[in-house]
Design a protein around this ligand. Structure first.
Ligand SMILES: [Zn+2]
Length: 439
């Protein structure tokens, strides 16, 4: 028996990256649309008037007349064990890690703590309209078991991995090159391709991994086609200087990872703020992804992401957008896009609303190589959806009275003033996973 659901409202979905403001060919917008869902995947999308005849008898239509329905947001870099590190005062990257993060992450050795943390984490993602996240666990494999189990229970698809870290961290938070390899391999066997879950080999960053461990991370990637790799790259000056000292033979920070085979089209590098021309060239050649984490970059004072330099047409580097909670200060991809706009403004660049909404959905899916699965309202994709309320707060409602049917202006209001309050509902596999009180 097939399981059919239907969701009606204003629909927006991107086909490709917009060329700039006004690029109407980059998206499909349906004023009164219907998404028909069968067994968790989108079966049909179109005008309600045209599709209503295809509704099987007895299927109730969930109608959101005031909502704007998009594919669920995708967060490409977030730390699962940092939900109680977010909003920790006054430190720079390396002492922020020592003072707060490395203390908190030790608690995730306890499976009960990890399970409770995973439930909170998923609740919070869904409250913010995020249906897929790429997450760092703690060093403990049980933290990743807890996270995948919770995602699986709710029908969400995550990409996650246990942090590999065999030096420059408290003893309770370090593995070894051998145990990090073995634990990661066992997690891949247990979770990669299990339901909707996917694994990411996760060396935290060059400072906390020995050469032997980076070598082991490269071996894991070679041995398991299709797994992702996530790490941090070129976030701030002090970090970069430390990496140079630890790896004197490497040409630059990117080369540290390159030497161990960690660059490639399934590799995600958080931050990428202070890259040289040579480094951007290598990221481009290998199809690696630079992940822009604006609220984190502002909060930790790391610097301004240079989107235009990365995108240069003769050697484009693929990019994605992410919250980086707990260095980042918001779980909301709307808020993240609003802050991305401001960071780019400081760099004399810009982020048009169409580009921002494309990035949060189709663009991030493409960066993960998952555009056939998520990120668009198209038949065959998982029916992970977010319903946005552009009149969620008095300030938004007041501002929206001056937006006369202009979609791009409405989107810009959402990314500038919106946050979790603007998320009216979230669907996973066509089933309601969050509904705001009163919606
Ligand atoms: Zn991070």
């Amino acid at each position: 028996m097939t399981d059919t659901t239907a969701i009606r409202g204003r629909l927006l979905s991107f086909r490709r990256a917009p060329d700039g403001p006004g690029d109407a060919g980059s998206y499909r917008f349906i004023e009164d649309g219907l998404v028909l869902v069968k067994d968790g995947r989108i079966a049909a999308v179109g005008d309600y008037a045209g599709l209503r005849g295809r509704l099987p008898e007895g299927v109730a239509v969930e109608h959101h007349p005031d909502g704007l329905i998009l594919p669920g947001f995708i967060d490409t870099h977030i730390h699962f064990p940092q939900t109680q590190v977010i909003a920790s005062y006054g430190a720079r990257l390396l002492d922020w890690l020592e003072k707060y993060t490395f203390i908190e992450e030790q608690r995730y050795a306890d499976p009960a703590h990890a399970a409770a943390g995973a439930a909170f984490f998923l609740d919070e993602l869904l409250r913010n309209g995020t249906t897929t996240a790429v997450a760092y666990g703690s060093v403990h494999p049980q933290s990743v078991d807890a996270l995948f189990a919770e995602a699986e229970r709710r029908g969400a698809g995550l990409i996650a991995g246990k942090v590999m870290m065999d030096r420059h961290a408290p003893a309770a938070l370090t593995d070894t090159a051998e145990s990090g390899y073995a634990d990661s391999k066992a997690l891949i066997a247990r979770w990669h391709g299990h339901g909707r879950q996917r694994y990411a080999v996760t060396p935290r960053f060059a400072i906390t991994s020995t050469e032997a461990q980076l070598e082991a991370a490269g071996a894991l990637l070679r041995e398991h086609a299709g797994v992702h790799m996530q790490t941090h790259l070129s976030e701030n000056a002090e970090e970069i200087a430390t990496v140079r000292r630890l790896f004197p033979a490497a040409r630059d920070y990117t080369d540290v990872y390159d030497r161990f085979g960690l660059l490639g089209p399934t590799s995600l590098f958080g931050h990428c703020i202070h890259l040289s021309e040579a480094e951007m060239g290598r990221l481009s050649e290998t199809g690696s992804v630079a992940v822009f984490c604006p609220t984190s970059n502002l909060f930790i004072g790391s610097g301004l992401f240079d989107r235009a330099a990365l995108a240069r047409a003769d050697r484009p580097v693929r990019t994605a957008l992410a919250t980086d909670v707990g260095g980042g200060t918001s779980y909301s991809m709307l808020r993240t896009a609003g802050e991305a706009y401001k960071v780019l403004q400081l760099n004399r660049q810009n982020l048009p609303a169409l580009a921002a909404f494309d990035l949060m959905t189709r663009g991030n899916a493409a960066a993960l190589g998952l555009e056939a699965e998520i990120g668009a309202l198209e038949p065959g994709r998982w029916a992970d959806l977010v319903v946005l309320d552009p009149r969620a707060t008095p300030a938004m409602r007041h501002r929206m009275t001056t937006v006369d049917g202009d979609l791009e202006e409405e989107l810009f209001v959402l990314m500038t003033l919106g946050d979790d309050r603007a998320v009216a509902a979230t669907y996973l596999r066509g089933r309601i996973a969050h509904r705001r009180v009163g919606w």
